[in-house]
Design a protein around this ligand. Sequence first.
Ligand SMILES: [Zn+2]
Length: 257
Amino acid sequence: MKLIDAHIHLSDTEYTGRVEGLIADAKDAGITALVTNSMDLKTCQNDIQLAQKYPNLVYPALGIHPWNVNVLKPNELEETINFIQQNKNIVKAIGEIGLDYKYETIWEKQTFVFDKMLRLAETLNLPVIIHSRGTTDRIVDMLPSYRLKRVLLHWFSHPMSALIKAIDKGYFITEGPPVTYSNGIREVVKNTPLTNLLTETDGPVTYWKQPYNGQLTKPSYIRNVVAAVAEIKAKPIEEVADQIAQNFEEFFKIQLT
Ligand SMILES: [Zn+2]
């Protein structure tokens, strides 16, 4: 059984000094791929190093996260774009990028950076991994004006009308540990065809509910996620895991080993 963590932040400072342990945990749990998502230039550089250190296991998604838009250094946007272009043969997606309603005071800057990231994905012909807290409707409506081949909406929560549109456009969604306890997320999974679904931990995000209880998030949580999806879909765990592994290969154009 091949398990997938399609969205984690291995370069986050909460994971500093712990990556080796996390990789061991992932291997023990049968995780065959981790997509590490960057937030800014520094994490882009670190994620490339991790991908080189753990080939055929860690894959980098590079970009600028909306939370970092306000703390970008002068030239950091240009330097990040150059860095991603220089590493285009290793980079598997542009992410994590998007718009966040909580940062509406910097809305113009957010949309400026998001547009640059989407244009970069077009140029490099790469899929995108999108953060859309409170902005999903808007993002789903704006994406068709870009020439994007593959879109992943990470941690999709609402509204259902946007989910229907997204699936109709062939977009993928990722869900993580909340699928074991959140009725809203379970409803999203119920309404998403298994062929459009990927699994994630979004670590080091901490989950406070059972069975996670606020411990440091580990890739092995994916086992709980897959089990919960299997229960919702009333399908054997192996069948769900196989489909998600296939979805991963299709979305990222990566052959799992
Ligand atoms: Zn994330």
